[in-house]
Write a protein that binds this ligand. Structure first.
Ligand code: URA
Length: 235
């Protein structure tokens, strides 16, 4: 059961006060009868609520995979760049929160959801969920220097201004200037700072997977899709 004005604000673009106004203006019917009382309790599964001819229904929890392009930020507040949620054409999109953040210049797999518990399972350090990044590096890493870097990353690196080393991580060189780094934490700018600690610099960064969930190759930068039930169940 739910108050009618709340139901309207959850299922349409109306705010709670605009919902009350729409009710007063006679724009709403309940089971075919005009209704004006905001406080009416409705059965959200069985009652039929129609606003200006459109039947309304509650949306369930939503789980989105976005191929984040560069120059898009994860913040909910409007800033210098478009927000990730601005790319997603869904009602009440501001309810979706990014599941962990990517820097404005990082591309790749960004998850968004309104399911706080699921988000916590993905991001909580306790769950040690592996995230895979591909970094284009400014300085080539080869031979003994590459072996040294791989060992440092496996042992844990001390990042500037931090008191504990990074958790053991895996570095794989795909070419002298392209590296795949798998980490299980989400410290601030972690990947860029790890390469800085190795004396290198990240020119560009892309996240390809989170746990067993891999960015869908059918999604071009800026495109998104809902996760399947099997994908949601991975976490
Ligand atoms: N590490 C970074 O440095 N940047 C990101 O966007 C993600 C991880």
């Amino acid at each position: 059961m739910m108050r009618l004005d709340r139901f309207l604000s959850e299922t349409s673009p109306l705010t709670r006060s605009l919902a009350k106004r729409a009710l007063k203006n006679g724009e709403v019917t309940l089971n075919g009868e005009p209704i004006k009382q905001s406080a009416t309790q409705i059965d959200t599964d069985n009652d039929v609520v129609v606003l200006n001819g459109e039947r309304l229904a509650l949306v369930g929890l939503r789980y989105i995979m976005l191929h984040k392009p560069v120059d898009v930020e994860c913040n909910a507040r409007r800033g210098l760049y478009p927000r990730a949620i601005d790319l997603i054409d869904l009602p009440k999109v501001e309810r979706l929160q990014p599941v962990g953040r990517l820097d404005v210049d990082t591309t790749g797999l960004l998850l968004l959801t309104d399911d706080g518990q699921w988000s916590h399972r993905v991001t909580s350090p306790r769950h040690r969920c592996a995230k895979v990044y591909i970094a284009e590096l400014a300085e080539p890493m080869e031979g003994a220097a590459a072996e040294w870097a791989i060992g440092q990353v496996a042992d844990g690196l001390m990042l500037d201004g931090e008191e504990s080393p990074t958790h053991p991580a895996t570095l794989r060189l795909l070419s002298p200037t392209q590296a795949e780094l798998t980490i299980t934490e989400g410290r601030y700018h972690q990947v860029k700072r790890m390469f800085a600690a190795l004396g290198n610099h990240v020119n560009s960064l892309h996240r390809s997977s989170i746990g067993d969930l891999v960015l869908d190759t059918n999604l071009a930068p800026g495109e998104w899709r809902e996760l399947t039930a099997d994908e949601i169940a991975l976490f």
